[in-house]
Ligand binder design. Structure first.
Ligand SMILES: NC(=O)c1ccc[n+]([C@@H]2O[C@H](COP(=O)([O-])OP(=O)(O)OC[C@H]3O[C@@H](n4cnc5c(N)ncnc54)[C@H](OP(=O)(O)O)[C@@H]3O)[C@@H](O)[C@H]2O)c1
Length: 253
């Protein structure tokens, strides 16, 4: 299947590790130019160097999405470097945390305003060219009780509503918007790797609940995200795709 991504221009916010890096890699492999970011200067540099082997234009610069002005400057820089933007995948996340108001502020600024600020910047460009695709990344922790009453789950849930509203508002502009909710995904240096090392019992209990007998891998989620972002998904908009190896214990009518 041709995904129609050859020569397309994609912004991946939070693309230096894990699912975001895997998304950037699938995009590059499919022939797209990619601009990526994260806060870590070295991780951005390494990701750009590694992805350049696919032969498309790969650019990156560190930015903190919580700093609104810097982030807007970064987004405008990325659009200039790519000479446009066809695909936006903003997936920076502050992760979980419980017991302090600071986690709410952090999750709001990173997990909600990260995507919102990027959407606000790219929508006028996509509207002008009458073409664009956005994929927001939520989590199965927004869909079922998981990890206690924490900001991460609630803030991610808001993206599912936001994504649908965007799809309704901008379909007429040629812009599709979809949401992907991954189940637990494990990779070296990621949250589940950390949980495995620090909360072994919790990790094992989650592992036992996985119908496929293991956690997900970044590329397994990335392929679903990139499909929805691509021309091959031209009739998919306003959808919410759960990618979790059947982990969530409910029927998705
Ligand atoms: N892994 C899972 O099990 C899982 C499950 C469901 C949903 N998800 C979602 O999938 C997405 C990717 O998760 P992941 O686990 O693969 O990666 P992750 O460890 O959550 O890292 C996300 C990326 O965002 C960057 N980032 C974090 N805060 C940032 C900020 N303030 N400004 C700019 N960049 C920032 C990180 O780099 P720096 O730290 O260098 O900034 C990193 O590149 C997230 O939205 C996450 O919530 C993950």
């Amino acid at each position: 299947m041709d995904l129609g991504l050859q020569g397309r221009k994609a912004i991946v916010v939070g693309g230096a590790r894990g699912i975001g890096y895997a998304v950037a890699e699938v995009l590059a492999r499919e022939g797209a130019d990619v601009a990526l970011s994260a806060r870590g200067e070295d991780s951005v540099k390494d990701a750009v160097a590694s992805l350049s082997r696919y032969g498309t234009k790969i650019v990156g610069k560190p930015v903190n999405v919580k700093k609104a002005e810097d982030y807007k400057t970064w987004l405008e820089w990325a659009i200039r470097e790519l000479d446009g933007v066809d695909v936006l995948i903003p997936l920076s996340s502050a992760g979980g945390g419980i017991g302090s108001e600071k986690y709410w502020h952090n999750a709001f600024e990173t997990d909600v305003m990260g995507p919102v600020r990027a959407v606000d910047t790219v929508i006028p460009v996509m509207t002008e060219q009458k073409r664009g695709s956005i994929v927001l990344v939520a989590t199965t922790s927004a869909l079922e009780a998981m990890g206690g009453p924490q900001a991460y789950n609630a803030m991610k849930a808001s993206l599912i509503t936001y994504g649908k509203q965007l799809a309704l508002a901008h379909g007429k502009d040629g812009i599709r918007v979809n949401v992907v909710s991954p189940g637990p995904v494990e990779f070296e240096g990621g949250n589940w790797d950390m949980i495995k090392g620090t909360m072994e019992k919790f990790y094992q209990s989650q592992l036992r609940q996985q119908p496929i007998g293991r956690l997900g891998r970044p590329e397994e989620v990335a392929r679903a995200i990139v499909f929805l972002a691509s021309e091959a998904a031209s009739w998919c908009s306003g959808s919410h795709l759960v990618v979790d190896g059947a982990f969530t214990n409910r029927t998705h009518f």
